[in-house]
Design a protein around this ligand. Structure first.
Ligand SMILES: O=C(O)Cc1cc(O)ccc1O
Ligand SMILES: [Fe+2]
Length: 439
């Protein structure tokens, strides 16, 4: 597929129609007796057929061969991609933090082999919860594609651009941008900038959508028009022998691989509202306090995956982008707090105001349900004494996967020789009792 296919259609959840060859989309019906150019019609339903109209997501693909043409699947070993709650897993009741996840072994790994679950929750079979992963990779996926039947994947690149080929077309995603790849849609990732690292939310629950805006009104936060879907594009490499391509499938918390004769990227035209999208976080219209007090971080929600309990998300994807701090008589960083919701955070670049030194780009932190946390001593002291003039928190992008379900860290995350910060709670130890009743 050539770079000329790198054009985008704008809007979140729109009804798109796109064809790589003029005339390839049937008009006025979805499954004519014979589709144009002898293409096969294939429906992909991302929601139950009967999901409410505003939540319903499906697309019609017109392709050279239907996806059912594939070899037989064999188990594929990738022990560091872990789903759900491992048997007997120990869940420390403390705050956890990791330094930048090492990229030492990245050179030999592609995106599939470079995925490492840091923490996971829920139950993939119950369509609940998520896995928070990192990827470290130095190789493009060569002659192979991944299909995740277990959930959609939200990619947050931290280092290196991703060129993502999908059944619907191409996406180019740089650090500062995100990609949302629907459950079940095949994709393959190339690395135009070399070694890459980033974060992934593998969402087993309800699909991510834009949050309600309530009193904010009809504009603001992430605007629907800034999400970009690919235009139809296909790979016209001729069919090769069995095994010239590999399809890797995530299915029930395990990986499988099948030989194929060609890539699954043979969709000549498609229409519908189930599609991969990318979004540039620079377009996020940030709202904050213009009087006093630090608001709840829900004002930074880009996308939300609701659960069955209103307002209590399976997962909120929240960002902390560059923004002005202007609040008067206010301790401006996050307050000390405990939260029913569990918070997994990562840092794409820059500094995070609550932890200016200890939280590093490419690392992560985890504050599970009711685990106390807040600014480290350095941040507390600085912010308590700072002159409260307007101040731009610039050159920074942190994010959070916030979930109603506690995240269980994996063995990979907890190994003492890895990125785990063994002494994280020490960053608060110096917060003295300064009570002075006479004040
Ligand atoms: O814990 C964190 O750093 C995330 C966070 C940020 C904020 O501004 C308010 C609450 C919150 O949990
Ligand atoms: Fe928090």
């Amino acid at each position: 597929m050539s770079d000329t296919s790198l054009r985008y259609l704008s809007g979140f959840g729109n009804e798109f129609a796109t064809e790589a060859v003029a005339g390839a989309l049937p008009q006025g019906r979805n499954s004519p007796q014979r589709a144009p150019f002898e293409l096969y019609a294939e429906l992909v339903s991302g929601t139950a057929f009967t999901a409410p109209r505003h939540e319903n997501r499906r697309s019609w693909l017109y392709r050279r061969q239907p996806s059912v043409v594939a070899g037989r699947y064999q188990p594929y070993a990738q022990p560091l991609w872990v789903t759900g709650k491992p048997e007997g897993a120990v869940l420390p009741p403390e705050p956890l933090r990791w330094g930048p996840f090492p990229m030492d072994d990245a050179a030999a790994l592609d995106f599939v082999d470079g995925l490492r679950t840091v923490a996971s929750n829920g139950d993939v079979e119950a369509q609940q919860g998520l896995a928070a992963l990192v990827y470290v990779c130095g190789r493009s996926m060569d002659q192979r594609a991944l299909v995740n039947a277990d959930g959609e994947m939200l990619l947050v690149p931290q280092q290196g651009r991703l060129r993502i080929t999908t059944e619907m077309g191409l996406l180019d995603v740089a650090p500062g941008e995100i990609a949302l790849l629907p459950r079940g849609i095949a994709f393959s990732i190339a690395l135009p900038d070399g070694p890459s690292r980033g974060y992934v939310c593998e969402n087993h629950g309800a699909q991510f959508r834009l949050p309600e805006l309530g009193p904010i009104g009809s504009n603001g936060l992430a605007n629907a028009r800034d999400f970009q879907a690919p235009v139809a594009a296909f790979d016209d490499t001729p069919i090769g022998p069995a095994g010239s391509y590999q399809l890797v499938k995530r299915f029930g918390g395990r990986l499988w691989a099948a030989d194929a004769h060609r890539s699954p990227f043979n969709v000549v035209a498609w229409h519908g509202n189930l599609t991969p999208v990318k979004y540039d976080t620079q377009h996020f219209m940030t709202i904050g306090s213009i009087s006093f007090d630090h608001p709840d971080p829900s004002i930074f929600t880009v996308l939300t995956s609701p659960s069955d309990t209103p307002g209590t998300a399976n997962c909120d994807f929240v960002i902390f982008p560059p923004r002005w701090m202007v609040a008067e008589d206010t301790f401006r960083p996050p307050w000390y707090h405990r939260n029913l919701m569990s918070e997994f955070m990562g840092l794409v670049y820059g500094q995070y105001d609550a932890k200016p030194e200890g939280f590093r780009p490419g690392g992560a932190s985890l504050h599970n349900c009711m685990v106390p946390h807040g600014p480290d001593q350095e941040a507390f002291e600085k912010a308590s004494g700072a002159e409260l003039k307007p101040h731009k928190l610039d050159h920074t992008l942190a994010f959070m996967f916030e979930s109603r379900y506690r995240f269980i860290p994996t063995d990979y995350a907890m190994q003492p020789s890895g990125a785990l910060d063994a002494d994280y709670p020490a960053c608060w130890a110096g917060l003295q009792d300064r009570f002075a009743a006479s004040n």
